[in-house]
Design a binder for this molecule. Structure first.
Ligand SMILES: NC(=O)c1ccc[n+]([C@@H]2O[C@H](COP(=O)([O-])OP(=O)(O)OC[C@H]3O[C@@H](n4cnc5c(N)ncnc54)[C@H](O)[C@@H]3O)[C@@H](O)[C@H]2O)c1
Length: 393
C-alpha cells in the first residue's frame, strides 16, 4: 500500500453484541475488503454486553481483545476511537450521550432512544463534542434507492405528487412470541413506530430530498392487536424468541401504525407499518409518483428498481431496472448486474460513510440529526393519534 494510502488505526468498541452489534463488527471487519482506499484501519478493542455468552463470542469468534460487562469501562480506555451503541433502545440515551461526551465517534442504532427527547439529548452531546455520528438507517444505502433518489432530484418524474411507504413485517405476528423489552414502553419507547416507521420516514425523506422539503403536517392512527404475550424465557430476548404456556403480561406499545403526510412541497404521502402483518416478511419499500412518471422499490428485491418514466401520461408501462456497476456502491460488492447484495452489505456502506466522516471531518450518510428528524416525526404521529387531529411536527 502506497504512503498516500497509509491508514490511521481506529480502535473499535461495540456496546450490545446481539444481532446489530455483530452486524456492526462484521462491517468493520469487511470495510477495507470492499473499500480498499478507506483511510482507516479498524482494530477490534472491546465489546460490552451484559450477557456472558455474547462476551465470549466477541473474543473467541470475532477476535475482540477484551469483553466487559459494564459499558462504562469501554470509555475508561484510551485505545477506543469509535463506539457502536447496539443495545436495546432504553440504553441508547445514556450510553450514546456518554460516548459522544467522551470524544469518541458514535455509530448508534435507530431509533436512537425511546423518544425525540432521548434522540435530541444524544444529538446535543454529539454537537457539543464535535464527534462524527452515524445512525442505522441502512435501507438508504441500497443502490436502487440511490438511483431512485437521483431520478427524483433530476426531475425525471416531473413534479412529485406522492410518496407512499410500506414497512410490513410479521416478526411479532405469533401470539406466543415472548414479551421482550420491545413490547415495554419503559424499555423500547414506541413499538412499530420506533422500530420500522423511523426507517420508513427516513427512506421517504431521503428519496424525496429537497424536492419534498420535509413533512409539513400529518395525521396518524395506531393499534395494538395482540395485547398480551408470554413472559420471555431465560435468554430468549431476540425479535423471534417464543414464550411458553406460562403466565402472560400486557403489551405496552403499538403493533401497527399508519399516517397521511403532507409534505412542504405540496406532495402527499401515506405510511403503513406493522410488526404483526401475517404473510409479510421485510416488506419494506416505497412508491413515488410524479406528474410525469413513477418509481417503486421493495427491500425483498433489493437490486431492482421499478421505473415508469419517459412515456406519454396515459397507458405508461413499467420496466424493472436491475442495479448495475456505477449505481450507488454496487461495484464495491459485485462486478455486474443481477448479483445480489445483502442486508449486511448495507451496513458496510454505512460503516464506510462513517469512516469517511471521521477522516474528513465532514458528516456523510445518515447522522444523529437524521435520527432527530425521524424521532420528531414519530412523536408527532403519537401526538396526532392521542389528540385525534392533524399535527405539525
Ligand atoms: N438498523 C436496523 O435495521 C436494525 C435491525 C434490528 C435492530 N435494530 C436496533 O438495534 C438495537 C439492538 O437490537 P438487536 O436486534 O441487535 O437486539 P438484541 O437483543 O439482538 O441485542 C441487544 C444486546 O444488547 C445487550 N445489552 C442489553 N443491555 C445492555 C447493557 N446495559 N449494556 C451492554 N449490553 C447490553 C444484550 O445482552 C444483547 O446482547 C435496537 O435499538 C434496535 O432497534 C436496528
Amino acid at each position: 500500500m502506497s504512503e498516500a494510502h497509509e491508514r490511521r488505526t481506529l480502535g473499535v468498541a461495540v456496546i450490545g453484541f446481539g444481532w446489530m452489534g455483530q452486524v456492526h463488527a462484521r462491517a468493520w471487519a469487511r470495510l477495507a475488503q470492499h473499500f480498499p482506499e478507506v483511510p482507516v484501519r479498524p482494530t477490534f478493542v472491546v465489546v460490552a454486553d451484559t450477557d456472558e455468552g455474547r462476551r465470549r463470542e466477541a473474543c473467541e469468534v470475532f477476535g475482540f481483545a477484551h469483553a466487559v460487562h459494564d459499558w462504562a469501562e469501554v470509555l475508561e480506555r484510551d485505545d477506543v476511537d469509535v463506539v457502536s451503541v447496539c443495545g436495546p433502545n432504553f440504553v441508547h440515551r445514556e450510553i450514546g450521550a456518554a460516548v459522544a461526551a467522551s470524544g469518541r465517534h458514535l455509530w448508534i442504532e435507530k431509533p436512537a432512544g425511546r423518544s425525540a427527547e432521548d434522540t435530541t439529548e444524544i444529538a446535543a452531546a454529539v454537537h457539543r463534542s464535535g464527534v462524527m455520528s452515524a445512525v442505522g438507517f441502512n435501507y438508504r444505502h441500497a443502490p436502487a434507492v440511490q438511483v431512485a433518489k437521483h431520478l427524483v432530484a433530476s426531475g425525471a418524474l416531473g413534479r412529485l405528487e406522492s410518496v407512499d411507504v410500506h414497512m410490513l413485517a410479521d416478526y411479532s405476528a405469533h401470539p406466543d412470541q415472548a414479551l421482550s423489552w420491545r413490547f415495554d414502553p419503559q424499555y423500547a419507547g414506541t413499538g412499530v413506530l420506533g422500530d420500522l416507521v423511523s426507517h420508513g420516514l427516513d427512506l421517504a425523506l431521503h428519496v424525496g430530498g429537497t424536492t419534498l422539503g420535509g413533512v409539513a403536517e400529518l395525521v396518524a392512527d395506531q393499534a395494538t392487536y395482540l395485547t398480551e404475550r408470554p413472559f420471555a424465557p431465560e435468554g430468549g430476548r431476540s425479535h423471534f424468541a417464543r414464550g411458553g404456556d406460562g403466565p402472560r403480561g400486557p403489551v405496552g406499545n403499538e403493533d401497527t401504525a399508519s399516517a397521511l403526510l403532507r409534505y412542504a412541497s405540496g406532495a402527499r404521502g401515506t405510511l403503513v407499518a406493522s410488526r404483526v402483518a401475517v404473510g409479510e416478511q421485510c416488506g419494506y419499500g416505497f412508491d413515488v409518483r410524479g406528474t410525469e412518471g413513477a418509481l417503486a422499490w421493495d427491500f425483498r428485491r433489493m437490486g431492482e428498481l421499478r421505473v415508469c418514466i419517459d412515456h406519454d401520461y396515459q397507458d405508461a408501462t413499467w420496466e424493472t431496472r436491475l442495479v448495475r456497476p456505477g449505481d450507488g456502491d454496487l461495484s464495491a460488492f459485485q462486478p455486474g448486474s443481477g448479483i445480489a447484495m445483502s442486508y449486511d452489505d448495507l451496513k458496510v456502506v454505512e460503516c464506510h460513510l462513517l469512516a469517511q466522516s471521521i477522516h474528513t471531518g465532514v458528516p456523510q450518510g445518515p447522522t444523529i440529526d437524521d435520527g432527530v428528524v425521524a424521532a420528531g416525526l414519530v412523536d408527532a404521529m403519537v401526538r396526532s393519534y392521542e389528540e385525534k387531529r392533524w399535527v405539525r411536527p
